[in-house]
Design a binder for this molecule. Structure first.
Ligand code: DOR
Length: 482
């Protein structure tokens, strides 16, 4: 077979690499990893799951980054974590949460939401803009970033909400530090963010460059069918916001994105037909599903949980759930997002339709999905693909999403054999409840390591040290060091 296209590794390359290493080592204070066997942290003996597959390995960390992977038998370290018997995964990134600060902090705030995240093994979150005020300006975004720094327990980025009035500012807003990109509500949900007319959507597409995230439900159809809501009967939520409302808007979204030549991320895909459609448009569209759409079905969920099962887009029946699992098994699904959308139990105890839509989920994403891994519904590698490599690939995250030298030492350490019952007392969210209370699961988050520091170990929290996630398309320029 002709190998001419592969550049042979030549003597010049080796000389150049050695020169770089020597120079790094000679620099005062330098701790260039390959020449050093002293680490800040050594994670020992875990089964590491990454782009190499799975195998027992040690991980050495220096200055918050992964410095070595392999058998590091003779190495010393300031701290050693014994991961024998555990699986060490790249830090789980949850790309859809609502943490409610500012303005709705009786439900959640950035500290409690992120506490819930790390208790559940999540190392970074992308937070949604439907706060009060909504995150639709540079000032609102900067305010959230300032509130999050060293107060949030995990790393974070914030979506900027598109409105009819801020379209011209979006190109600047989407590149600001801490911005995950633009979020568009094409159907109304909690809050008043909504852009559903094609003219404004086309304007948005013509201005932005990054992949934007969309809530796709057909607003006109939702308005038209409002009378299908039955007082006191949350199961009518799934009838009102039906599968056609989701499909019609996802179809429109894909058409507009293709016309504009722009990338879109379709949040919480809930129907079989959307999944089949999206499978045909992998060039422009990336796909999220939630653990709750994969795990709960109607009508059973309404019977068991009442208004706690109410969310947008709604939970669906088994036919649609099978379609989501089909998409997951066939590689159509790119990421899992929890759509952590906390409301208080008091708010949820009103009578439908006065009840708000949404349920907490950031803390239960890992155990609920590991239980599916143990049940054979997806592999552990696919779980890793969906929660770290997937988010990195579609959002262009810089330096996170892999266990690889030079990447942030974000690790989710799990015990695949641990059997526990999820209960409300474990939940760190201010809302204090989970739709999965009482569920027995196999697979549990034991440790959350954020840039080499312990954010959580066996349910105990470390210091809050959250920082903004960085993105390749919006990297800040650095002053030259030499
Ligand atoms: O159920 C939902 N709740 N879906 C959304 O899109 C928004 C969320 C919320 O913020 O409560």
């Amino acid at each position: 077979m002709a190998m001419a296209h592969i550049k042979p590794f030549c003597y010049q390359d080796i000389r150049y690499a050695l020169k770089l290493l020597k120079r790094a080592h000679a620099r005062k204070g330098s701790r260039a990893a390959p020449l050093s066997r002293t680490f800040d942290l050594l994670v020992k003996g875990g089964s590491v799951v990454n782009q190499d597959g799975a195998g027992i390995s040690d991980i050495g960390v220096i200055d918050g980054r992964i410095a070595a992977i392999g058998t590091l038998a003779g190495a010393s370290a300031a701290r050693v974590l014994d991961a024998a018997g555990l699986h060490v995964l790249p830090g789980v990134i949850d790309t859809q949460v609502h943490f409610r600060e500012p303005g709705l902090t009786h439900k959640e705030n950035l500290e409690t939401g992120s506490r819930s995240a790390v208790l559940g093994g999540v190392t970074a979150v992308f937070e949604m803009p439907n706060t009060k005020p909504a995150t639709t300006s540079a000032a609102a975004l900067a305010d959230k970033v300032a509130r999050g720094r060293a107060r949030m327990h995990c790393d974070f980025a914030f979506f900027v909400g598109a409105t009819h009035d801020n379209v011209d500012e979006l190109p600047e807003l989407e590149l600001l530090p801490g911005a995950a990109g633009v979020k568009v509500f094409m159907g109304s949900s909690t809050g008043d963010l909504l852009v559903d007319d094609e003219k404004t959507l086309a304007r948005i597409f013509s201005r932005i460059r990054r992949r934007a995230a969309f809530h796709a439900e057909d607003e006109a159809r939702l308005k038209e069918r409002m009378s299908l809501q039955r007082d006191g009967d949350p199961s009518s939520h799934s009838e009102w916001r039906d599968a056609r409302a989701a499909f019609a808007t996802t179809e429109r979204l894909v058409r507009l994105a293709s016309q504009a030549g722009k990338r879109v991320h379709v949040l919480h895909v809930s129907t079989k037909e959307e999944m089949e459609l999206l499978a045909l448009h992998r060039d422009v569209a990336s796909v999220e599903v939630t653990p709750q759409h994969l795990t709960l079905t109607v009508p059973e969920a309404y019977a068991a949980l009442g208004t706690k099962a109410q969310m947008n887009p709604p939970l669906r029946d088994r036919h649609h759930q099978e379609g989501l699992w089909w998409g997951l098994s066939q590689g159509v699904v790119d990421v899992l997002g929890s759509d952590h959308a906390p409301h208080t139990l008091e708010e949820k105890s009103k009578s439908y339709p006065a009840t708000p839509s949404g349920m907490p989920g950031v803390q239960t994403l890992v155990p609920v999905m590991l239980d599916h891994v143990n049940a054979g519904r997806l592999s552990l590698s696919r779980f890793v693909d969906l929660t770290s490599a997937g988010p990195q690939r579609i959002f262009g995250i810089a330096g996170k999403g892999r266990i690889a030298v030079g990447y942030d030492a974000d690790l989710t350490i799990v015990d695949l054999k641990a059997e526990r019952v999820i209960d409300n007392a474990w939940i760190g969210s201010k809302s204090g409840w989970t739709p999965f209370a009482g569920r027995k699961v196999k697979g549990w988050p034991i440790g959350t390591i954020l840039r080499g520091q312990t954010a959580m170990w066996e349910g105990e929290l470390g210091e809050a040290q959250g920082e903004p996630v960085r993105f390749g398309e919006a990297l800040p320029s650095k002053k030259p060091t030499e």
